[in-house]
Design a protein around this ligand. Structure first.
Ligand code: SAM
Length: 474
């Protein structure tokens, strides 16, 4: 008999292999049980989320009508809780020095072929200026794991540099951090440095596969990696971002593990993950995704996105430029709340492209459009591209964002903030065509703000932004 306990602080008890296998068996047995599926969908409609067992039944269900119901529900929940806003960000790779041996990542230490780079503070300054000049306000910093080349002091200094740069009207107002699992003390330092979300992908929840996929280096330690979010929360970071790298293991196993992780955080810390990312394995320097057996189709990918949305309604969902324009378009209505735009996955490369013989890229980017093109495309699809960072700057982190959603204040708070930050983008960085489309969108969206006072103030602020003022927020 196995021991599964969501409240345990031991990786193998809160992500329990036996419980996952039983869940998959239960899901298989019930995949055609329409009364049960209907009752799970009815529960999901209440927007209180689903357990990993309930959600796994929906994932196993292959009935086309029921799948359409799942998609419609995911779309509705997204509209009710997030409206039509899509938050924009870009990754910034600081260093690809790495001591780990991850078999799917070209930064593994045995790769002598890839160019190794680490940005100096001056190079970071130049990269950040290039990112600000595109219009970005929110970054996710990325780094390989290397205690000698990329110690925590380097990461902290880099964060300080990033926040300090104010070029023209530009500013990076939120730095999220995606670095390897670390100590409570280091998480506390990251919190003090003013980071937004701490993001760490689990890669796979299957311990046996995890150990094989990470044969050497500190990342080999499954428990240390899996328990990282608990240490981050102990260190005071209450916005954490989960994710698995789809393609490494069976997607149904990963999905159950991901939801169990979310349930664990909720059970222990009273707050679930701030975001979930859904990266898929990509071709990279010495990595061929076809060598991994568990790639998933675009349809399964869409189903996963929809089911994450209905299972953890208050958790943001992130899609990166690993996905093409077409795939992004397919999954946006199913619950995505954040996307990256104009990303470079090389170390450096925003201020000038890398020479061909000096490739330091982590993986191939599929969506290569400029930020202006992505912003225009989103607006043409009826979304509001948002550069908002207000919640974090107003201290609305952890469960406080959830309270905002539950009180129905999204339209009186997030919506105007999105419009004001979009207006800043349009005034400072947009092409003429994007500007015209954007101004029309803002006019149409302003009238949707229910509270008369808030609508009046937002209209005034947008007018002020047109006249040169910046950085308003509710
Ligand atoms: N080094 C940090 C760590 O150990 O967690 C994380 C930073 S890494 C730059 C960001 C993520 O890229 C990894 O967690 C992994 O999921 C993803 N990644 C690595 N190789 C990839 C590939 N070939 N295709 C797509 N994503 C990949």
């Amino acid at each position: 008999m196995y021991k599964y306990d969501p409240k345990s602080l031991k990786a193998e008890e809160f992500i329990n292999d036996g419980e996952i296998l039983d869940t998959l068996k239960y899901a298989d047995e019930n995949k055609d049980n329409l009364p049960l599926i209907d009752s799970i969908l009815a529960k999901a409609k209440e927007k209180k989320g689903l357990t990993h067992r309930e959600a796994s039944v929906l994932l196993a269900c292959e009935n086309p009508d029921k799948i359409q119901e799942m998609y419609a529900l995911a779309h509705q929940i997204k509209l009710d809780l997030y409206g039509n806003r899509i938050v924009m960000f870009a990754p910034l790779y600081l260093s690809n020095y790495c001591v780990n041996g991850c078999t799917y990542c070209p930064y593994h230490y045995q790769n002598k072929h890839i160019a190794r780079k680490k940005l100096t503070q001056e190079e970071i300054r130049r990269e950040v200026i290039a990112l600000q000049d595109m219009g970005h306000k929110r970054l996710a910093i990325e780094s390989g794991e290397d205690p000698v080349n990329n110690p925590i002091e380097y990461i902290l200094e880099s964060i300080k540099t990033i926040y300090s740069i104010k070029h023209k009207n530009g500013a990076i107002r939120r730095v999220n951090v995606n670095i390897a699992a670390t100590t409570v003390e280091n998480y506390r330092k990251l919190k003090e440095a003013g980071i937004g979300t701490y993001i760490l992908f689990q890669e796979t929840y299957n311990k046996e596969s995890y150990v094989k996929l990470h044969p050497t280096g500190p990342k080999h330690n499954y428990a240390y990696h899996t328990e990282a979010m608990d240490r981050a929360m102990e260190g005071g970071i209450d916005d954490v971002g989960l994710g698995v790298l789809f393609g490494l293991e069976l997607y149904r196993y990963e999905f159950a593990g991901l939801l169990m992780h979310a349930e664990h955080l909720e059970a222990v810390h009273g707050v679930g993950p701030h975001t979930i990312s859904v990266p898929r394995l990509k071709r990279a320097d010495d990595i061929d995704p076809s060598k991994f057996d568990n790639g998933i189709s675009d349809d399964i990918f869409a189903k996963l996105v929809a089911l994450i949305r209905i299972s953890v309604p208050y958790t943001g969902m992130i899609i990166s430029t690993r996905e093409s324009k077409a795939v992004r378009e397919k999954v946006l209505p199913l619950g995505v709340s954040q996307i990256s735009g104009a990303s470079r996955t090389s170390v450096g490369g925003y201020c000038e492209p890398e020479p061909e013989d000096e490739n330091s890229e982590q993986f191939d980017v599929s969506d290569k459009r400029t930020l202006d093109e992505v912003v225009r495309w989103l607006m043409e699809l009826g979304y509001i591209p948002s550069f908002c960072t207000a919640c974090y700057r107003e201290g609305r982190t952890g469960d406080r964002f959830m309270t905002l959603c539950k009180n129905g204040q999204i339209l009186n708070c997030c919506h105007p903030n999105a419009l004001m930050t979009l207006k800043e983008y349009l005034e400072d960085y947009a092409s003429t065509e994007t500007l015209t489309i954007g101004n029309g969108l803002i006019d149409r969206e302003l009238i949707k703000i229910p509270n008369d006072k808030v609508r009046g103030i937002a209209t005034e602020y947008i007018h002020d932004i047109h006249n040169g003022k910046r950085d308003f927020r509710f």
